[in-house]
Every structure is written in C-alpha cells, then in structure tokens.
Design a protein around this ligand. Structure first.
Ligand SMILES: [Zn+2]
Length: 425
C-alpha cells in the first residue's frame, strides 16, 4: 500500500541531491530556489580528525545546481559550523564539507560533472554551455581546465611512435606594426599524437620546426630516446627539427601525401595539354576532363569499362599517358613492404622518369628522391599519420564551435579534454 511520507522527504526524493534533504522550495523570477541541509549532523575536524556534532552556527551559502523543470536552480545551503571538541586541537571551528559541496565550491559536484561531460563529449561552444546553466564563461572554462593536464604530455606515458601534423587554428591576420608596416600572422598549430593509441599529447603554437623542437626538448631525455618512429607530412622543417632532436628515431612519410603529389603531377600535365591543344581550359566535353577522376584512381582497381575509357584518353595523348604511367609507378612503389621490393620498384620508377623529357614527372621525382629514406621507412613499417589527421579534424570542429578561438590555451584545453575522453571510452 502507498504510504504518504513527510512533505520534506518527498521533496528530497524528487530533488535527489545526494547527502541533502530539502527544507523548502520557492519559485522566483526566472529561477527556483531550494533550501537544503546536509543529512549528516556530524563532521570530522580537518586538523585533528575528531568527530564533532556541536553546532556553533548555521550560515547559509548560495550555490548553483542542475536546472530543474527548464529553470536554473539556486541552492541555499544551511550549513553547519561545528566546534572542534578536541582540547589539544588548535582549530576552534570547522564548516561541513560534503561530496556534493567541497570547500569553497560555487556549484554542486553534480552540476560541475554535467558541464564537464557536455564540453568533453560534444564540440559545443563554451559560451553556449555556460548560458544553459546560467554560469559565467570563466567558471565553465576553469572547470574544464581543472580536468586537463596542461603541463604537457604525462612523461610517464611512453611513446614509441610519434605523429606530428599541423593545422591552421584561425584565419591569417595582418597586423600593423609600430613602424606602419604590415606583418602577416599565420596561426599554425602543431599537433603531437601517440600513434599507437591515438591520444593527443599536445597542441602547440608557432612555426613548424621551432614548435616541434621546443616541445621535444621540454621532454626528459630518456623519454625522447624511447621514440622509435615519427610520422610527418613532407615538410622540411619538421624533418630538420626531428633529425636534430631525435637523432635515433626513424621518420616515416605517409603514402597519402605521396599519392597526392603524384596525382597533382597528372593533373598539371592534363591542364597543360588542354591549353596546348585548344588554347583554353578543359571542358566537360573534353574526354581528359570528363574522365579526370579515372586518371587519378588506382589503375589496378578499375573495372573493365573504366579501363577502356581510360585507355581511349591515354591513347589520344602520349604525354598524358606517360604522366599516368609514372603516377602508377609511384603507387607501385608504395605497395612495397620490404627493402628489396622497394628498391625494385624504385629502379622501375627511375627508368620511367629518365625515359621522358616532361618537366612535371622530373619535378616529382626530384621531391621523391629527397624523401627516399622516409618513404622506405613507411614501406617497411606502414606507419601512417592517419590518427593525427583524424585528431586534426576534431580540432577544426572545436575551432568552428568556438568561432575561432583567440586564446590558444583555451583551445588546447578543449582539444585535449575532448580527446582524453575519446581514448578513455
Ligand atoms: Zn580539531
């Protein structure tokens, strides 16, 4: 049978703040006020640890709590200030502390938990989450910052494979200098990832090479010595910095970057040929333009029909055919998984490039030669930067949510809080 309980208890059950009972609740303009007190009527002195139930005063503290019925809730907590009864203790009084209300808290633990979960789980703007809970922006940002280790990568975390990638975290700006000249500011951020786990180790500001060097040099020497491989894009600055600071690590360059270069080479030749043939840009009625994606696809993965169409395009233009063939040689090179097959494919590529006088393949080949060692490392280890690039995508989402973060520390905090949840899940 249903037993009606005391009014205050029913309110307490509905309000459900662990460790508290509701004494009264009122609705005022735009918010609700709930008067509560802790259920425990005894506290332990923080100095001597002796329990006391002698209440000296009942101050009321105001804190924020989870919204209720679509309205913000202001809690009025009737606290107990206890007298310490231990004669040897120097402290005379102490104020109650509960799990929901730690010392000097301005909001309940459950509200703080909700705010942090929202910011970590979704790329929402800090200001939107703050507004939802009627909190200030600094309060919310401070809560989030408290959960992230901004002192840098936990040095106890061993990293064997490091990923380095960069992205732009806000628009390029032009800043007028004191002398009247204008300086271009490129807001690049470098992201460092543990490639084995996908964890973001840090996001740092500044020009590529310098940012990486400074960050690495801030790690302990033994930590740096544990790094066996580093995946980067084809950036000379990254390579120079890593070779200098991590002389023992092997650098790997992702096949995606190389395939993109090879495809760009084919596209350049196709465009040039269109100009030479018709004195204008390619059009939908031109076959090379219509089948431009076929030209870039992996040659060995085409259907018979696609293959036929492609063959028509290549038969009609020998230069385009040569460029396409070299692109396919580059693809073959990247399928190698051991040193021997790499050397074999490299020899075939070299022969094909030497056999043509086209400037585009020669330029591509020159770049590949400069990165030959890193390409071989990639082929042997298959280490890619895919995880760093995925993290970069998340970072861009945050950038958009924050309408372009102006403060790098806040940006860094959000990305790292977000990804630490992703890896914990
Ligand atoms: Zn005491």
């Amino acid at each position: 049978m249903f037993q009606p309980t005391h009014d205050a208890d029913a309110a307490s059950i509905l309000f459900n703040l662990p460790g508290y009972r509701v004494l009264a609740a009122v609705r005022s303009e735009g918010h609700r006020e709930v008067l509560v007190e802790a259920i425990a009527d005894e506290g332990a002195c923080p100095d001597c640890g002796v329990a006391s139930s002698r209440v000296q005063a009942r101050p009321v503290q105001t804190v924020k709590d989870l919204e209720c019925g679509g309205e913000p809730v202001v809690l009025r907590v009737r606290k107990r200030r206890y007298l310490c009864t231990e004669e040897l203790c120097a402290r005379r009084t102490f104020t109650e502390v509960t799990e929901q209300l730690p010392a000097r808290a301005r909001l309940t633990t459950r509200l703080a938990g909700r705010v942090i979960a929202q910011l970590r789980g979704e790329p929402r703007a800090v200001s939107a989450v703050a507004a939802e809970h009627d909190l200030s922006w600094p309060t919310v940002m401070g809560l989030l910052a408290g959960t992230v280790d901004l002192a840098g990568a936990d040095p106890r975390r061993l990293v064997r494979r490091l990923g380095v990638d960069e992205h732009r975290f806000r628009r390029v700006r032009y800043v007028r200098q004191d002398d009247g000249s204008v300086r271009r500011v490129e807001p690049w951020s470098v992201m460092l990832t543990d490639l084995d786990t996908g964890t973001i180790l840090d996001v740092v500001d500044g020009p590529r090479g310098k940012a990486v060097k400074t960050w690495l040099l801030a790690r302990p020497r033994w930590w740096r010595r544990r790094i066996e491989h580093v995946a980067i894009d084809m950036s000379n600055e990254f390579r120079a910095a890593i070779t200098q600071v991590l002389p023992r690590a092997r650098i790997s360059v992702d096949h995606w970057h190389v395939v993109r270069l090879a495809n760009e080479m084919v596209t350049t030749v196709r465009r040039r040929r269109a100009w030479e043939a018709w004195g204008r840009r390619g059009r939908a009625t031109d076959k090379p333009w219509r089948y431009r994606l076929l030209l870039l696809a992996a040659g060995d993965r085409l259907t018979t029909r696609q293959r036929q169409r492609l063959q028509e395009v290549l038969d009609a233009d020998v230069e385009l055919a040569v460029a396409w063939g070299i692109k396919e040689h580059v693809r073959q090179l990247l399928t190698a998984t051991d040193t021997d097959s790499f050397h074999r494919h490299w020899a075939a590529l070299t022969k094909a490039v030497k056999a043509t006088r086209l400037p585009e393949p020669a330029r591509l080949y020159k770049t590949l030669c400069a990165w030959r060692r890193e390409l071989l490392t990639f082929c042997r280890t298959r280490i890619t930067n895919a995880r760093t690039e995925a993290a970069n995508l998340n970072a861009k989402t945050f950038k958009r949510a924050g309408r372009g973060h102006r403060n790098h520390d806040n940006y860094r905090c959000r990305i790292m809080a977000y990804t630490s949840t992703q890896t914990a899940a």
